[in-house]
Write a protein that binds this ligand. Structure first.
Ligand SMILES: [Zn+2]
Length: 267
């Protein structure tokens, strides 16, 4: 089996996780900037985090033979303080020339507040100005449908943004069609309980097809499974899906999206 982990928060994971992923056939890992589990107290904290994502973590992954890429932003969870967010966003352009930076992400909304929307628009501006790919985080549970609609409106209203260069992540049964119909890519996040279980993800593939869709583990500091993608692939096999289809969903699809930036190169 070969697969790409298009959304994994590896700074929170151990070397055992890297080893397991390498053994399972992981060909590349992409790490979006994320909330640390606590609010960082200053823009300096983000500067250090961006250095960790662009310099240190690729070296750690390389020890296991896995290319590591990243996305940069201030997460929606930390967007309420718009002054801090503006400071952090002003740090981003200096990192965009680093060889493993794929784009701006994971941006989006958390509680769908006015300040979060403002910060989302600032990120979209940076992405458009610097011609970057975009990875979007959508809110949880009851805020998801409304938040997804608000995010799609922001993106669709900016004529510089090409939907095929944007992935809307954490889609669920009630948002996936909306995302695909608007021409965007859709990411399914495989969590043990919340977001999307492997069984639900496969159901969605069976209902909505396999174009412009990828799966990720989003493995982070919380309850999550770094091998969720290959485990779901095994589950697909059990359900009778062909090896070709499984390879398309877990390898070729993410490759197709990510290769839109010349930065994304496999070994
Ligand atoms: Zn994430």
């Amino acid at each position: 089996m070969r697969y790409i982990e298009p959304h994994g928060h590896m700074v929170s994971r151990t070397t055992d996780d890297y080893q397991d992923m390498a053994l399972a056939g992981c060909a590349a890992i992409c790490e979006p900037a994320f909330w640390a589990g606590f609010d960082r107290s200053s823009a300096d904290g983000f500067y250090d985090y961006f250095c960790q994502l662009t310099e240190h973590e690729p070296k750690r992954a390389a020890k296991f033979g896995i290319p590591h890429f990243c996305w940069l932003c201030i997460n929606p969870k930390e967007s309420e303080d718009t002054k801090l967010a503006e400071e952090v966003i002003s740090l981003i352009p200096q990192f965009l020339d680093k060889p493993t930076v794929l784009g701006i992400g994971e941006i989006g909304l958390n509680k769908n507040s006015r300040n979060e929307l403002k910060v989302l628009e600032l990120h979209v501006e940076v992405a458009a100005k610097h011609n970057q790919l975009i990875l979007v985080h959508t809110p949880h549970l009851e805020d998801k449908l409304k938040g997804t609609k608000l995010i799609l409106d922001v993106l669709k209203n900016d004529k510089r943004i090409q939907p095929e260069r944007v992935i809307i992540d954490h889609v669920e049964e009630h948002t996936i069609q909306l995302v695909l119909d608007a021409g965007f890519w859709a990411g399914m996040t495989l969590y043990p309980e919340s977001k999307c279980t492997p069984a639900r993800a496969i159901d969605m593939l069976e209902v909505y097809g396999n174009e412009r869709i990828w799966m990720n583990s989003a493995c982070d500091w919380g309850m999550s499974v770094p091998l969720a993608v290959p485990r779901t692939a095994l589950e697909m096999k059990k359900r009778g899906h062909t090896a070709e289809l499984i390879d398309k969903v877990i390898y070729q699809n993410p490759l197709q999206f990510l290769q839109q930036t010349p930065r994304f190169k496999l070994l």
